[in-house]
Ligand binder design. Structure first.
Ligand SMILES: Nc1ncnc2c1ncn2[C@@H]1O[C@H](COP(=O)(O)OP(=O)(O)O)[C@@H](O)[C@H]1O
Ligand SMILES: [Mg+2]
Length: 317
């Protein structure tokens, strides 16, 4: 078993603002990322994926729980040290690039800030552009002269410039044309075959997550409802929500709000107070599910699921 490079333990995040409803965006999430591996995190919009990403990289302090790299708490590391170890790539590549800055300068700025490759920055910039399979001619372009896919490659190069242990990718393909999504996925896989790097790949779209992940965690309303290896979660999904995701047709544009026909929809930020969060959408619901919330339990070899029915099935030979 490879070393664990990042560990989240019982992470919870509650957002409270005056005059507004309390939102429990994350409610006790624990996870492990192995060295050189990719952990895919999937779940529908509003389930807490981006909140989890911010806690893991130390951009926000959790209300409860800890995020640790090699035993050190992310929220106690200083910003520069943290940034050297873990980088976050966002959905909108243009948002992480300064529109007035050429690609070359965007990359050089990172190298200078972290005092990396001093005196050999230009060579390193070319290496980074090669690593993301962008020609060197892109070095002198401005963000508006890049396509979405090219801009995301630059954002990835910028993240890799610090030689991080981990890159957290929060919906890195969701804002891109369908035709370039596979390119970015293949690029990420290619990079991982060349350098030792661990990814957390976040998406609302299981069809994206399945291409890159070694391990998968499925989130629902601020909790992990199923987790395990790729084979465990995708070849033998145990939670009815994972099954629903696996059977769903990919949504071409995540920004398009789909009319919800699956009745009755649950607002993502209002978990059920009694029993299982998924009870009102669940085809397998039983009386126990209305009473007792299932815990995320091991149903075999590290495959975990929070579902009474799935847990019983696993116990019954
Ligand atoms: N800074 C914040 N203040 C208040 N509520 C927030 C904040 N950030 C996220 N939320 C809420 O937390 C929940 C989870 O959001 P988010 O982590 O962005 O989910 P996802 O990335 O899965 O779409 C949502 O209900 C969202 O409205
Ligand atoms: Mg998000």
């Amino acid at each position: 078993m490879a070393d664990v490079v990042l560990r989240g333990t019982d992470l919870a995040q509650r957002y409270e603002s005056r005059g507004r409803r309390v939102v429990d965006a994350l409610r006790g999430v624990s996870l492990e990322l192995r060295q050189g591996a990719t952990l895919g995190i999937v779940g529908e919009s509003g389930c807490g994926k981006s909140t989890l990403a911010r806690l893991l990289v130390g951009l926000e302090r959790p209300t409860a729980g800890t995020a640790e790299m090699s035993g050190e708490s992310m929220s106690t590391l200083d910003g520069r040290t943290r940034a050297r170890r873990i980088q976050l790539v966002f959905q909108d590549p243009y948002s992480s690039l300064d529109p007035r800055q050429r690609v070359r300068n965007a990359l050089r700025e990172v190298l200078t800030f972290h005092r990396l490759h001093a005196g050999a920055e230009e060579q390193r910039i070319e290496e980074l552009l090669d690593l993301v399979v962008l020609g060197r001619r892109f070095a002198d372009r401005y963000p508006h002269e890049l396509s979405g896919g090219q801009a995301q490659r630059v954002a990835i190069a910028r993240a890799l410039a610090v030689e991080p242990t981990i890159v957290v990718l929060d919906e890195p393909t969701s804002a891109l044309d369908v035709s370039v999504r596979a390119e970015i996925i293949n690029l990420l896989i290619g990079i991982q075959s060349r350098i030792t790097i661990s990814y957390i790949f976040i998406s609302h779209d299981l069809s994206m997550v399945r291409h890159v992940s070694d391990d998968i965690a499925v989130m629902y309303l601020g909790r992990i409802v199923e987790s395990g290896s790729y084979d465990q979660v995708l070849d033998a999904p145990a939670h009815p929500y994972t099954l629903a995701l696996a059977q769903a047709v990919p949504v071409p544009d995540p920004t398009v709000v789909r009319p919800r026909r699956a009745a009755p929809a649950i607002a993502a930020s209002s978990p059920i107070t009694r029993g299982c969060d998924y009870q009102d959408r669940c085809p397998l619901v039983e009386s126990q599910c209305r009473e007792v919330a299932p815990t995320l339990d091991d149903v075999g070899a590290g495959h975990r699921v929070a579902c009474h029915v799935a847990q019983r099935r696993a116990r019954t030979p």
